[in-house]
Design a protein around this ligand. Structure first.
Ligand SMILES: C[S@@+](CC[C@H](N)C(=O)[O-])C[C@H]1O[C@@H](n2cnc3c(N)ncnc32)[C@H](O)[C@@H]1O
Length: 277
C-alpha cells in the first residue's frame, strides 16, 4: 500500500532492488560481485553520486568500529559504502517504505546485513535512543524537511557528546524557488529550502557547534555543465535517479542543474559537533 506521507509517495515505487540489480548486471556483467563500488552508480541517490559520499566521509572522518547514523538513508548506497570502506556499523533511518525494503534487499545481496541496519521511520522522531551514535550524516534529505529545527534537535539527541554530524544540503538561492519537478520533489509542496544563513541559525539553536560550513556551488558548476550537456545530447549513462524515479528522471535532473545554474539553489557541505561536557 502506498504511504500516506507525500514525501514517501514522491519517492516510493515497487521493485527498486530488482531494477538496481538489473542495472549492475547490464553495466558490469552477469557475474559482477555486488560490492558497494559496483552498486555505487545506481544506489547513491544524490547529485555527483559516490564523489559526494567520499567528500562527506572526508569531512566526517569515521573511525574503525564507530556506530554511525545515516538520516534519510535512501536505498542504502552511502550506508553500505561507509560500512565497507570505513569499517563502521551504520544504522540508516528512512521514511520511504519501498526504499527501506530495497536497502535491506541490497544489504543482503552485498553481504552487509551485519554491518548495516535499516529502520523505517522519520528523521523528525528518530527511532533510536538518546546519545547512541559516535557520528551521523545526512545527504540531500533536509530539502524535504519543513521543520528543520526539529530535524537538527533529533540528530543532536541521537549523538553522544562530542559526536559529529556531516551534512550535504541544497539551500535556497537568491533568485527564487527551484524549477519543478526536481529529484527531491514533484512540486513545491514537499520542497523546503532554507537559506544558508537560516541553516546555520537552526544548527546553532539545536546546540551544535559549527566546525565547517562550505558553499560548494561554484566548485560544482563545471561538473553540472558537463552533465547537462550529456543529458541534452542523450548520452548520459543511467544512474540511481533514473532507476529510482523512472520516466521523469531526465527532466528532474535538468531542472536540478538549472536550479543551481540560475542561483535558485546553493549547495552546502557542513560539519557540526555536539559539544562534549
Ligand atoms: C534524495 S534522497 C537521498 C537518499 C540518500 N541519503 C542518498 O544520498 O542516497 C532523500 C531521502 O530522504 C528521505 N526522507 C525525506 N524526508 C524524510 C524524513 N522526514 N525522515 C526520514 N527520511 C526522510 C527520503 O525517503 C529519501 O530516501
Amino acid at each position: 500500500m502506498a504511504s500516506s506521507n507525500p514525501v514517501a509517495r514522491h519517492y516510493g515505487s515497487g521493485g527498486i532492488a530488482d531494477r538496481v540489480l538489473a542495472a549492475v548486471r547490464e553495466a558490469k556483467g552477469a557475474d559482477a560481485p555486488l560490492t558497494p563500488e559496483n552498486l555505487a552508480p545506481f544506489d547513491h541517490f544524490h547529485g555527483r553520486g559516490i564523489v559526494a559520499t567520499e567528500e562527506l566521509a572526508a569531512q566526517l572522518k569515521p573511525r574503525l568500529a564507530e556506530h554511525i547514523l545515516d538520516i534519510g538513508s535512501g536505498i542504502g548506497g552511502p550506508a553500505r559504502w561507509f560500512a565497507a570502506h570505513c569499517g563502521v556499523h551504520v544504522t540508516g533511518v528512512d521514511l520511504t517504505p519501498e526504499f527501506c525494503a530495497a536497502a535491506e534487499a541490497l544489504n543482503a545481496m552485498a553481504g552487509l546485513t551485519d554491518r548495516v541496519t535499516i529502520i523505517e521511520g522519520s528523521a523528525l522522531a528518530l527511532p533510536v535512543p538518546d546519545a547512541t551514535f559516535d557520528a551521523a550524516y545526512s545527504q540531500n534529505v533536509i530539502m524535504n524537511i519543513a521543520d528543520k529545527q526539529l530535524f537538527y534537535r533529533e540528530a543532536f539527541r541521537a549523538l553522544r557528546p562530542g559526536g559529529r554530524l556531516a551534512l550535504s544540503n541544497l539551500c535556497a538561492g537568491p533568485a527564487g524557488e527551484p524549477y519543478f519537478p526536481v529529484p527531491w520533489a514533484t512540486t513545491r509542496d514537499t520542497s523546503f529550502l532554507a537559506t544558508p544563513e537560516e541553516m546555520q541559525t537552526d544548527l546553532l539553536a539545536a546546540g551544535f557547534e559549527i566546525a565547517s560550513f562550505c558553499d560548494i556551488t561554484e566548485a560544482m558548476r563545471e561538473t553540472q555543465r558537463r552533465t547537462r550537456e550529456r543529458l541534452e545530447r542523450g548520452d548520459m549513462p543511467r544512474i540511481a535517479v533514473d532507476i529510482i524515479m523512472g520516466e521523469h528522471a531526465r527532466e528532474m535532473q535538468l531542472n536540478s542543474i538549472r536550479t543551481i545554474e540560475d542561483d535558485r539553489g546553493v549547495a552546502i557541505e557542513a560539519l557540526v559537533t555536539k559539544p562534549a561536557p
